[in-house]
Design a protein around this ligand. Sequence first.
Ligand code: ASP
Ligand code: MG
Length: 408
Amino acid sequence: MSLIVHKYGGSSVADADKITGVARRIGKAKDSGQEVVAVASAMGDTTDELIELAHTVSSEPDPRELDLLLSTGELVSCTLLTMALRSLGYDAITLSGFQAGIHTDDMYGQARIFSIDPARVESELSEGKVVIVAGFQGITDDMDITTLGRGGSDTTAVALAAALRADRCDIYTDVDGIYTADPRIVPNARKLSEIDYEEMLELASYGAKMHPRSIELGAVNDVPIYVASSFGDQPGTLIHRVEKVKELENRVKATGVAYQANVAKITVRSLPDRPGIAAALFEPLAAMGINVDTIVQNTSAERTTDISFTVTRAELPEAFEQVRVLLADLGGTEVVSDNTLASVHVVGSGMQNTPGYASRMFRILADGNINIDMITTSEIRISCIINEDQVSEAVRLLHEGFQLGEEG
Ligand code: ASP
Ligand code: MG
């Protein structure tokens, strides 16, 4: 018998009718002879509402209390889902993250799963039950409840699928798969029937909604992840290890175009060009937990260097202040910032080793009169930082220019 882990996002369990709909879908899988474990997120915007509520009684809610509070959202949706299943005649049981054996570190608000003891889930399954597991939560060695970071139910589901050696993890959501670009921007964006983990990771961290940690987990543990709509029966997208036949045939094709708004840039001018400067600049930022993305350094004839780097707009004030404080010690002349930027990314395996990809991207942007502020490349993507006003246009032009709307 095959074992499938399902995951339903907040919008899929937003009200009683939708919960019943999800119960029917799970029932159908069960009727077809599958064993099912289902992970659900909190109903609709419950998590946002709980966070807001916490902030009305406290300007800085205690992280432990906040996690315990947030964990209740998933208990509500999951217990209701189990009740719905039972009233449809299926035997089912809800387990909290704790009861499902999900052990995490104690980084409240962004805890990481370090082990799963699947014994309880397995024993319930062996009694023929559907097991509903509360997403987004776990327990520390000290028996405190933690949450895994916003959107963390995806990670719960894939981690459980790995621990249970499930045949697949199905992520049911309000989009029906992974597209070559955001369909709201590019009307002829095409749904991909399959995508490799690495490519998906790039798309997930640069736009397409999925908890990136869930994809990493899937890749490491070889869990096939199927993303599909929770409302219809249209085929979705399978994220798995895709054989690189395309590369062997030497006709690499871009897989998709991703983008990210809310990019900010900090530039430090005229730093002395000597060993240790970049370390002295970035170490304090790392210690503050600030995520630095694109970094560009250039050298002038006067043995000074300018360093520019991007951060999210939310982290700009904090990062800027830190760099301002460091400036004198570093020996730079000034620090400036720009918070009107965005990034666009062409993603596809083998791109870095295929001549012509980067230049093609630059030509497309140039013909669209879109100025490039910074450029980075990786094994499987080429990224440009551009002005945010032009991001939709850039995505459309790149999708068109790389012929992503076409099959094959
Ligand atoms: N309910 C949590 C959130 O909204 C976890 C999730 O949706 O996956 O972030
Ligand atoms: Mg949610």
